[in-house]
Design a protein around this ligand. Structure first.
Ligand SMILES: NC(=O)c1ccc[n+]([C@@H]2O[C@H](COP(=O)([O-])OP(=O)(O)OC[C@H]3O[C@@H](n4cnc5c(N)ncnc54)[C@H](O)[C@@H]3O)[C@@H](O)[C@H]2O)c1
Ligand SMILES: [Zn+2]
Length: 342
């Protein structure tokens, strides 16, 4: 069954008559007629927000709330977030807050949203540059089998970003998938397999089922993200921002090294990981100066205590270990004084 057929079946079975599609300008310009096939049976409207992180704001959410109120939407309206993670985070937030919660689902159009952002029920907007500062947990009614054709129009940068996150799922959950990805000479939309996407969705769903509100088990999803977020935030401040997935790939490189030094990852696995990540993503050195600038972001996490930084590391590929704590001084030594030959 296609994603659209799944949606149609769900709407009929649940008795919804009205559908509000929330999308962004780029997605709308590529796929303006995507939901037309539902129009015979349902009242379908859509609202388009500008593309980009700036739309993940309380101001855009307020504009959407007002639009919902003006057009008399209520609990009988089903929201479909049609786009990447920006649209699903924003639209999920609006769905969770308007009239104390409308039913919704995400129809992901980026690789990042297919494997990660559209799954797991975290919604968010940013305030004053603080990412995901305000948000809720609001679980979608269903998670669709994504429509792979969307990847054909996705810009290369976005595809690479999603691929970085996909590698993370392989590294925390599947040595077999990691080996398969390592065998690739390069990647493009055509190389992405539906079964990889299904694997990521299932793994995330399994983890979320065990820890829906992010109190413990969900932390395994943070592998690569402690250093990755610091690189992403720093790059946004000092130069052309790197994409989330590319920053996570850099983070996974360095956190694999920490895993080798501190969590028992065998040397051979560290070497395999290092060679794969550096050949696909181009790893940059962390200079002492940059490490200094990254500390603010590294210590920003609420899980960090007393000058130590909390990591999810790997005992082996496919075996994450949460709550590994490293002191800042030791971290500086390991990250800036090692010759990584990159
Ligand atoms: N809630 C979660 O669990 C979760 C997980 C991961 C990421 N996120 C959030 O997701 C956001 C990033 O999402 P993203 O990487 O999908 O970025 P995005 O939503 O900004 O999409 C990337 C770009 O691609 C365009 N686009 C989308 N689909 C397209 C298509 N099929 N063809 C052509 N262009 C297309 C978009 O308009 C945008 O310009 C971040 O805000 C991040 O915080 C949330
Ligand atoms: Zn991520």
């Amino acid at each position: 069954m296609t994603a659209l057929e799944q949606l149609e079946k769900h709407l009929s079975a649940s008795g919804f008559r009205r559908v509000l599609v929330i999308t962004d300008e780029n997605v709308n310009s590529f796929y303006p007629y995507y939901f037309d096939c539902l129009k015979a049976a349902f009242d379908v409207e859509s609202v388009v927000v500008p593309s980009g992180e700036a739309s993940k704001s309380i101001e855009t959410a307020a504009r959407l709330w007002r639009g919902l109120a003006e057009n008399c939407h209520d609990k009988n309206t089903f929201i479909v977030n049609f786009g990447g993670g920006i649209v699903s985070d924003l639209g999920g937030f609006v769905a969770s807050t308007y009239k104390r919660g409308l039913h919704y689902a995400n129809m992901p159009t980026t690789l990042m949203a297919m494997i990660d952002a559209s799954v797991g029920g975290k919604t968010a907007v940013n305030i004053d540059g603080l990412k995901n500062a305000v948000g809720t947990f609001h679980f979608p009614d269903i998670v669709f089998k994504p429509d792979m054709k969307f990847l054909d129009t996705l810009p290369k940068r976005e595809l690479e970003s999603g691929f970085g996150e996909l590698v993370k799922y392989a590294m925390i959950g599947s040595p077999g998938l990691f080996a398969e990805l390592s065998g690739m000479s390069g990647f493009c939309a055509k190389a992405i397999k539906q079964e990889w996407i299904s694997f990521c969705i299932e793994l995330k769903n399994d983890i979320v089922k065990k820890d829906p509100y992010d109190n413990g088990m969900r932390h395994v999803l943070n592998f690569g993200h402690t250093i990755g977020h610091a690189i992403e935030s720093l790059s946004a401040e000092i130069e052309e921002p790197v994409s989330h997935g590319l920053a996570v790939a850099q983070g996974m490189f360095y956190e694999s090294y920490l895993s080798y030094k501190k969590a028992g990852l065998p040397e051979e696995s560290w070497k395999k990981t290092a060679s794969f990540l550096s050949s696909h993503f181009g790893i940059r050195k962390i200079t002492e100066e940059n490490f200094g600038k990254m500390t603010r972001f590294l210590l920003n996490d609420k899980k960090n205590e007393g000058g130590a930084v909390n990591f999810t590391l790997l005992r082996e590929i496919g075996e994450p270990v949460t709550d590994c704590s490293l002191r800042l001084e030791e971290l500086a030594e390991l990250l800036t004084k090692t010759d990584f030959q990159i």
